[in-house]
Design a protein around this ligand. Structure first.
Ligand SMILES: Nc1ncnc2c1ncn2[C@@H]1O[C@H](COP(=O)(O)OP(=O)(O)O)[C@@H](O)[C@H]1O
Ligand SMILES: [Mg+2]
Length: 193
């Protein structure tokens, strides 16, 4: 690891897709990564919360402290990707504002950071119940479930907010692409230099 200040103007960036379980983070991220891999002339890394919990964050639970550690480790990997001018797409609940701020600071040492709030109402997430977790949270089979028995601090000023209760994951991914295209006007967002 180096600490050269001129790296802060690097060309990499990280996107954080934050939101409730079942909001659509992973589905949107997969489409987005596929698009960026084709269009952007640089490496794209998908860091998905569920996946990360299997290895990098294996053993961590769902207390506030463990959730903060989970996000901090993922943020570190994202910052390394950005340091090397890659694109990191991070799909993780990240329920605490404090850890999202810390992630932003970590990534911004090397490049840009965008917080995308996948804002899907909890009743929609619960009716989807993709992994059957809401039912388990309601019955008490699992505790500390975000939105039911554990907090979700909704982003106050996200860079982009998406309502993923309407449309398709692909359409939601397109909203992010449009956002990236918009903010990159005059800058080399998709190309290496
Ligand atoms: N507009 C949309 N955006 C994202 N997901 C959607 C949308 N509409 C329906 N879905 C569905 O919602 C579910 C979201 O699950 P998932 O992506 O695993 O959420 P998360 O990763 O946030 O827990 C998927 O089955 C997806 O197909
Ligand atoms: Mg997911």
């Amino acid at each position: 690891m180096t600490n050269e200040s001129d790296e802060s103007s690097g060309n990499g960036f990280a996107l954080l897709l934050t939101g409730l379980s079942g909001a659509g983070k992973s589905s949107i991220a997969r489409h987005l990564v596929e698009y960026l891999q084709q269009e952007a002339k640089r490496r794209v890394t998908l860091l998905d919360g569920d996946e990360v919990r299997k290895h990098l964050c294996a053993g961590l639970g769902f207390s506030r402290e463990d959730r903060m550690t989970n996000v901090r480790r993922l943020a570190y990997v994202a910052s390394e990707v950005v340091k090397h001018e890659g694109i990191a797409v991070c799909a993780i609940i990240a329920p605490y504002a404090q850890s999202r701020i810390a992630m932003r600071e970590m990534v911004q040492r090397y490049g840009r950071f965008y917080e995308v709030y996948v804002n899907t109402p909890i009743d929609v997430c619960e009716s989807r119940d993709v992994k059957g977790l809401y039912a388990k949270a309601r019955s008490g089979e699992i505790q500390l479930f975000t939105g039911i028995t554990d907090p979700y601090e909704a982003p106050v000023q996200p860079d982009l907010e998406i309502d993923a209760s309407v449309g398709s994951p692909l359409a939601s991914a397109h909203q992010i692409v449009d956002f990236l295209a918009h903010i990159s006007k005059g800058r080399q967002l998709f190309s290496r230099r």
